[in-house]
Structure formats: C-alpha cells, structure tokens
Design a protein around this ligand. Sequence first.
Ligand code: NAD
Length: 471
Amino acid sequence: MKAINPRTGETDYEFAESSRDEVAAAAARLRQRQTEWEARGPQTRAAALMRLADAVEVRQDAIAEKLSVDTGRIAVARMETLGFVGNLRRWATRGPQLFAELPQDASPSATPGVEIVPSFSAYPLFGAIAPWNFPVILSHIDAVPALMAGSAALIKPSEVTPRWVEPMLEALTAAPDVPIEYVMGGPEVGQALIEAVDYVCFTGSTATGRKVAEAAARALIPVNLELGGKDPMIVTASADAEWAARLALRSSIVATGQACQSIERIFVARNVAEPFLAALVKEAEAVQLTYPDPAQGHIGPFIFPSQADKVAAQIEEAAAAGARVLTGGKVERLGGGAWMRPTVIVDVTPDMAVMRDETFGPVLPVVVFDQIEDAITQANDTSYGLSAAVLAGSLDEATEVGSRLEAGAISLQDGALTSMVGDATNHSRKTSGLGPSRMGDEGMLRFLRRQALIRRVGDAPTIADFAEGTR
Ligand code: NAD
C-alpha cells in the first residue's frame, strides 16, 4: 500500500498490507503470550507498561518525526506522542488501584444456603481499529487499559497514516514483554481483525462504525464505537464576547479541525453576537498556516486529501443557499498540500450540510439566537451526541444550560475539553458512539469479564425436594 504525504501531495511511503493469514498468525501469537501476561498480575503488568512509557519517551523525537510526516503537523505530533506516554503512565498507576478495589470476598446470595465469590478475567485478545486524525493516541487509547486489564492487543492503525509504526516497534523492543502487535492495511484488514479478536474498539466515522458493529455482531463479540460528532457551543447573553471568541476559535480549529470533538456549530446570543463575530474574525485572521515553514504558524494541511474537497463542498453549498463567509472559506493548494484558513460563516440554516454533517475542517458556522431555549433546541437538533460546550457569564449558568445538552461530555467555560481530560467517564449519545466509556475507570473495567463462583454452604436440595406432591 502507499501513503500520501499531506504537505507535498506526493506518494512517498510504501508498506505491506497484512494478509488475512498474517492477521490470524499475529492473533495466535498474542493469544499465546496473553496467558502469561494476565497471570503475572496487575503490578507486574503496570511495571511493563511504565517501561514502555519510558521507551516511547526516549524515542519521542523519532516517533513524532514520522508522525509529523503522516499528519503534516509538528507541534501536535509531539504533543500526541507525549500524550501516549501519559496514557501509559496514567493506566499503569490507576490500574493496580482498580484491581485492589475489586470485590474479592464471598457474599451471601438471596438464595438461602449459597454464597457468591466474584472472579475477574480479561478478554484474552483485544482489537483496535483507528482513524488517521490522531493516529498514535487513537491506536492506543483503548489498547492501554485493555493491556492493563490483562488482554493482549492487536492494533490496526489507519492506512492513511502508517509511518509512525516503525519507530514505535523500536520502542517495543525495549519493553518486549508487552503483548502488542500491529497489522497494517485498510477495510479488509479491519474485517479480518474483527474475526480474530474477542473484543473490538473502533474509532472513526459513523458510516464505518456501522460496518464494524455489523461484523462484530456476526462474530458475536462486544464492540465499542467512538464515532463522529457535530459539536455545538452555546455562547450565552452574559458571556464576555472576546473571551468567548478566543475559546470558540481554538476549540474549532486545533489540528485544522480534524478532531472528533471540534466545535462545529456555534450559537451566540444576539446581544453579544456583534462583538463576538468581530473578535472571532479578527482572531481567525491572525491564525497562520504552517506553510511554507512547517515550524512556524498554527494550522497544518488536511491530512487526507479528499477531506479538503468535502469541506469545500459544504461551504459552497451553504454559500449558494445564502450563507455569508466572513473570512476564509477556500481550499488553498500550496506545495502540493491542501490547506484552509479558519473559516467563519453566518446566515446558515439547519438544513445545510455544514450544519448537519460532520465537517472535520477549520470551519465555524455561527447562528444568532434570541432565547436560550431556542439555542438549546437547535444545539440538540443533530443526529450526533459526542460532546458540546457552553460559555456563559457564570459557571452556574453554564452548568444549567450544559446539563440540558444531549451529548456524552459537556465542556463548561471552555470548549473541546475531552481532548485534554482522560478521566471524565462519559457515554457518547445518538450516532456518536456505542458502549461503555473509554474515559475514567470504566475504560479498564469494561475489559474484565466477571465469573461467579457460586458455592453451596448449606445442605443442597436433592431430587426428593422436586418430587410431585411436595409443594
Ligand atoms: P474511517 O471510518 O474512514 O476509518 C477508520 C478506520 O476504519 C481505518 O483504520 C480504516 O482502515 C478502517 N475501516 C474502514 N472501513 C472498514 C471496514 N469496512 N471494516 C473495518 N475497518 C474499516 O475514519 P477516518 O476517516 O480515518 O477518521 C475520521 C473519523 O473518525 C471522523 O468521523 C471522526 O469524527 C472520527 N473520530 C472519532 C473519535 C471519537 O473519539 N469519537 C476520535 C477521532 C476520530
């Protein structure tokens, strides 16, 4: 397979797609290793994950360098690599504590003469299928707690961003006992992985998520889906307009808007709309592309070339239907890559694709509202329910409005906080996801299967107790 460099547009990397047999062989190797991995106990597994964290940290430059070629961005690639290190250390610390908190003692059953002893064991083989937008973080975000729980991990990174895997394999040689393997390729490899594992976590688009859920249903394995979003932000009448504009901009355009939790719809109260829009446009126009110097500026190219066309089509459709683009709005072809400056659009209507479909670009459609009730109704008028945000004059007001939004996680007095907070348990709503939380303690506990040892402590009934005429 070949991968395109998002900065140059050139196809400059080749890699071998894993065959179905190779996926099955990797799964078989991992299953063999998993028995010992689980048997060694949480403390020893945590120590191994800490060693992997150290090994990744030592090689962070090599990993971030390849990741920056995959994604066309340097600073975010560095943050992402260190984010993975943090994820390993967080679970290696919290995991053993969680195991210590698990119930171990026998408890009396409601059935007389019986006690129940709980026992926990991990799903042996965990599988992850990851997208291209945060390739390292999202390939491991569920795998690390699964490893901590005692599973082995088979990971399929996105075929769009494969380069970082080579230096990551180097890091794994310094922690060779951690049972991780990567299989490379596209949809077919994803399907083969689902057939090979005992539990699958998928991060990606809602359309592909449905296919993954169907395949998991055929294999009769649990599936967790973390899918797309169309996150709303409400700016209330009491909010400071310039403060809100700064937060709205950042929450929408970090990583060129290629983040599931990006703010993609803004509802602003009429009395602050004018200064808010003025500040938003001013701040947006101060943002620089990381071109021509990749080490200068704020936002990089589109990672996946056809994504630029999708975003452009949404903006063109909205403009043709009467929306006004206040700044940005054009795909710029520079040095072979596709770029877009922060784009502010007004006079949008709920039927426009830019208000209904996931955009995944640096685009901020702004709607002015008169009544907060109306803003809440419009914010909830979406098939997605990933996350949302509220900016208000007080935390109390933001909390009151936020608690009425239909999404898994609500950022108050900031936006897109889920990208920075790993321990906020939440369940994505509507078509944004399925299954337990990847964040918080549930992130690990979901990988533990509970077995009940049901023991008889009194006299067991005999067949005589079931004889006709005895009751
Ligand atoms: P995608 O759905 O196109 O692909 C994701 C992965 O699925 C890739 O590894 C791909 O090879 C694999 N795949 C494709 N077809 C498959 C099939 N039929 N069977 C099995 N696997 C298959 O997603 P993408 O374009 O790489 O990523 C962008 C999307 O991911 C956006 O919708 C974004 O919102 C979403 N996302 C969600 C979260 C979250 O936590 N909710 C985080 C990041 C990205």
